[in-house]
Write a protein that binds this ligand. Structure first.
Ligand code: THU
Length: 159
């Protein structure tokens, strides 16, 4: 038997410790929760991503009575970016969430489907995406989706 361990580093910042461009992303992710369409879960997720050209693309969850049709905040931002700026790598994404009682105390990491889409985006542009999970107890930051999705399945896995 052989075994190995896969470790991830997460850095936790106070809002004031972030560079200004990242504070802006966190602010827009927070604002985006107010555009969320979540009449079923009452869980409002906001995202904001920064492209290489500096443009910010917001996203938020869009629910549907037929629940599998719902799209998460992260994918709504990434797909909007792909539709508008297909040549621009995604550099960073901020994600946050609240319910009817306020913003969450703990980080809300992307779901499995969103992790896979973020991975595809990193792979597509050969550009790691810095992920900022903003919550009331700080901004939890990883440098790539690989920190949240070990043993990745990408196109090359099939060769
Ligand atoms: N949701 C997101 O927007 N992103 C995630 O990564 C986790 C879940 C949304 C989908 C749904 O509208 C609500 O949160 C509850 O699952």
């Amino acid at each position: 038997m052989r075994e190995y361990t896969i470790a991830s580093q997460v850095c936790v910042y106070n809002y004031d410790e972030l560079p200004i461009d990242e504070r802006e992303l966190v602010d827009i992710a927070r604002e985006s929760t107010y555009h969320s369409y979540a009449p079923y879960s009452h869980f409002y997720v906001g995202a904001a991503l920064r492209l290489r050209n500096g443009v910010i693309i917001p996203g938020c969850n869009q629910e549907n009575a037929a629940s599998p049709v719902t799209i998460c905040a992260e994918r709504s931002a990434i797909f909007a970016a792909g539709a508008q700026y297909p040549e621009e790598p995604v550099m960073k994404i901020a994600i946050t969430a609240r319910n009817d009682n306020g913003f969450m105390s703990n980080p809300i990491p992307p779901c499995g489907s969103c992790r896979q889409v973020i991975l595809e985006t990193e792979d597509r542009f050969k550009q790691p995406i810095r992920i900022l999970l903003a919550c009331e107890n700080g901004i939890h930051v990883v440098e790539s989706i690989k920190a949240l999705l070990p043993l990745q399945f990408v196109g090359e896995s099939m060769i």
